[in-house]
Design a binder for this molecule. Structure first.
Ligand code: DX5
Ligand code: ZN
Length: 236
C-alpha cells in the first residue's frame, strides 16, 4: 500500500520543513501537483521547486502533470528528481508519445483520468503504465469533496489488472480522507494520494499510520466488473 501526502496542501510559507515533515512521516511517496493554468484553472509550482526540495528527502517524487503541454516539462522534472510522472489520458493522441518519452527518461509512467472521462479510454495503455491515477475530484484544487461516482472505475481497474496479469498501481487522488480511503481500498485502490487530510494534521506521522492501517484492513472483495463501465466503453 502506498500512502502519498500531496504537497499542494502543505504550508507554502515553509515548503522545506513541510517536505522534511513528510520525510519523517513514514509515507511512501510525496505527490507533487503541477498545474499550468490551462489544463486546469489554477497554477501551483514548477520544476525549480521540486529540484529545491529534492535533497531534503528520500521520498519518491510522484509528479502529477495537470498540463496541456507536459512535453515541455518532462526533461526538467526528470532532472529535478521525479520518480514517476503522470500525464492525463484527456490529451488523446499525445498519450503514447508522452508515455514513451517518460520511459526514455528512465522514469516510471503514470496515466491520470478525470472524473467525467470514461474508464475505457485508459484501456489501450494499461500494459505501458506503472500507475493508473483515478481522479476522485475534478483536478485544480485541494480540499474538494470526494466524488463517489468514480468508485466503479477503481473496481474496473482492479478487475483489468487481475485479468491481464499486470502490476500497475491503482491510485486515487482527491478528497481522500480516512473514510473515503477505506472505500477506495475496498474497490481495489492501492495508492492513496491525500493532501488536506494528511498535511492539515499537526501529527502527520500519526495520520499516515492511521490511513495505512485503515486501508490495510479494507481489502477488496472478489467483485465482478461493474456493468455500467462496460457499457460506457461501447462508444468511447
Ligand atoms: C487535485 C490534485 C490532488 C490534490 C488532493 O487537483 O491533483 O492531488 O492535491 O488534495 P485533497 O486531498 O485536499 O483533495
Ligand atoms: Zn494530484
Amino acid at each position: 500500500m502506498i500512502i502519498a501526502p500531496s504537497l499542494l496542501a502543505a504550508d507554502f510559507r515553509r515548503l522545506a520543513s513541510e517536505t522534511e515533515r513528510a520525510d519523517r512521516s513514514g509515507a511512501d511517496w510525496l505527490h507533487l501537483d503541477i498545474m499550468d493554468g490551462h489544463f486546469v484553472p489554477n497554477i501551483s509550482f514548477g520544476p525549480a521547486v521540486a529540484k529545491t526540495l529534492r535533497p531534503l528527502t528520500k521520498l519518491f517524487f510522484d509528479v502529477h502533470l495537470m498540463c496541456s503541454k507536459p512535453e515541455i516539462l518532462l526533461e526538467m522534472f526528470a532532472e529535478a528528481g521525479a520518480g514517476q510522472m503522470n500525464i492525463h489520458v484527456e490529451l488523446g493522441d499525445q498519450v503514447t508519445p508522452l508515455l514513451w518519452k517518460i520511459k526514455s527518461l528512465g522514469k516510471k509512467a503514470g496515466l491520470a483520468i478525470n472524473p467525467p472521462t470514461a474508464i475505457c479510454h485508459v484501456q489501450p495503455y494499461l500494459e505501458q503504465i506503472d500507475e493508473l491515477l483515478i481522479m476522485t475530484v475534478n483536478p485544480g484544487f485541494g480540499g474538494q469533496p470526494f466524488i463517489h461516482e468514480t468508485l466503479p472505475k477503481v473496481q474496473q481497474a482492479f478487475v483489468w489488472r487481475r485479468q491481464k496479469g499486470l502490476q500497475y498501481h491503482i491510485g486515487v487522488d482527491g478528497g481522500v480522507d480516512f473514510g473515503t480511503a477505506a472505500e477506495c481500498a475496498r474497490a481495489g485502490a492501492d495508492a492513496f494520494i491525500s493532501g488536506t487530510t494528511l498535511f492539515h494534521q499537526r501529527n502527520l506521522k500519526a495520520a499516515v499510520s492511521k490511513m495505512r492501517k485503515i486501508v490495510e484492513e479494507s481489502q477488496p472483495a472478489e467483485a465482478a466488473p461493474p456493468t455500467e463501465v462496460e457499457q460506457s466503453c461501447v462508444n468511447p
